[in-house]
Design a protein around this ligand. Structure first.
Ligand code: SAM
Ligand code: SF4
Length: 345
């Protein structure tokens, strides 16, 4: 009698071609695609002041991005987040949103942006099928906003938020990174602003990604402290809301606003990780905080019409998705040397 050998998660994934299941049994149905490493801002925690950006030929073309997303949706991915760098500064980015918006198997096309281009593009993005927008906002004080982003103009972002509301986006969320001594005194004001605008807000703990000229350990603000502060001023009720991401939500009583906390340090969310990231160079990173990756660009370029080698590489990558990240702010070196703008936030 032939004895049955149990299949690994990767073998199961390969046997059921419409599913991506990693070695720990986690189903991957969400991709975050960075379509550019460039940005019109230079946020202190994200970039250094003098960044060198990739030459154009080393960045996936928009056609290659569209092809990759289609392949992933045929493998069971139902949610795609377009990010960067600043995705909306990429020329013709709208074409990509339109192409992805047409994909049959896709349930959710979402965007993370700094908001600077939204005034011009919000309406077209809505028509292309973008369902939700996350807009980064770390300060409501224009001078401070300029200091944090080094180049950004607060008013442009505020106008962008209004444009997104006018375009009919119902699910707008602010993303805020608090830094001690820089903007940690604005947590209350930012929540009050979100309430006034009837939008959500998430606080993201700073992660040690890339070498930045900025002391991360001393500027770190824990989400536990932010929650404690907010609870003194607002009535926050734990919410069961789940955005498909790692945030834990609280509902502000008598308001439509939810406050989310993304806490990679205090709350390790890796157990339920359902995502992988693709950089603008076509690197498929299996974890934001680890180096495990598969290079998809050479495959896309060597096989311009045959998707099989790309599908095989994606299926095989499930065997190397790590169990979790390993962030430690006390380490002198960053956890991973690549910037968030490279991997895509
Ligand atoms: N440019 C867009 C934006 O700012 O929303 C999209 C890309 S940005 C890299 C995505 C998100 O990552 C932003 O909300 C930003 O605040 C966050 N981010 C960047 N570097 C970070 C870091 N070191 N730790 C935590 N969040 C970071
Ligand atoms: Fe640009 Fe976004 Fe990074 Fe700020 S966080 S520098 S807006 S990519």
């Amino acid at each position: 009698m032939i004895e049955k050998v149990p299949m690994s998660a990767h073998e199961i994934s390969a046997a059921i071609p419409h599913q991506l299941i990693d070695q720990f049994g986690r189903k991957v149905d969400y991709i975050r695609l960075s379509i550019t490493d460039r940005c019109d801002f230079r946020c202190q925690y994200c970039m250094s002041e003098d960044m060198t950006f990739l030459p154009r030929e080393e960045v996936l073309s928009l056609e290659e991005c569209a092809r990759l997303v289609k392949i992933f949706t045929n493998l069971g991915v139902s949610k795609v987040r377009i990010t960067g760098g600043e995705p909306l500064v990429r020329k013709n980015a709208l074409w990509l949103f339109e192409e992805i918006g047409k994909l049959e198997n896709l349930k959710e096309l979402v965007l993370t942006t700094n908001g600077s281009q939204l005034e011009k593009q919000a309406h077209a993005l809505k028509s292309a099928g973008v369902k939700r927008i996350n807009i980064s906002l770390d300060s409501l004080n224009s001078e401070r906003f300029k200091t944090i982003t080094r180049t950004g103009e607060l008013q442009k972002v505020l106008d962008g938020i209004q444009a997104a509301k006018l375009a009919g986006f119902e699910n707008i969320k602010l993303n805020t990174v608090l830094m001690r001594g820089t903007n940690d005194d604005e947590a209350l004001a930012l929540v009050a602003f979100a309430m006034q605008e009837k939008i959500d807000i998430s606080f993201i703990e700073e992660m040690p990604l890339g070498e930045v000229n900025h002391a991360r350990e001393s500027s770190f603000v824990s989400n536990a402290d932010t929650l404690q502060l907010l609870q003194k001023h607002f009535s926050l009720v734990p919410s069961t809301h789940h955005s498909g991401g790692p945030a834990r939500y609280w509902q502000v009583a008598d308001s439509t606003t939810r406050v989310g906390f993304i806490s990679p340090h205090s709350h390790n969310f890796c157990e339920s990780c359902n995502r992988v990231r693709i950089t603008c160079k076509g690197e498929l990173y299996l974890c934001l905080g680890q180096e495990d990756k598969v290079e998809l660009m050479p495959l896309l370029r060597t096989h311009p019409t045959d998707d099989k080698p790309i599908i095989d590489a994606i299926l095989a990558s499930m065997a190397i998705k790590p169990k979790g990240h390993d962030f430690d702010l006390r380490r002198a070196a960053p956890a991973v040397v690549r910037f968030m703008s490279h991997t895509g936030g």
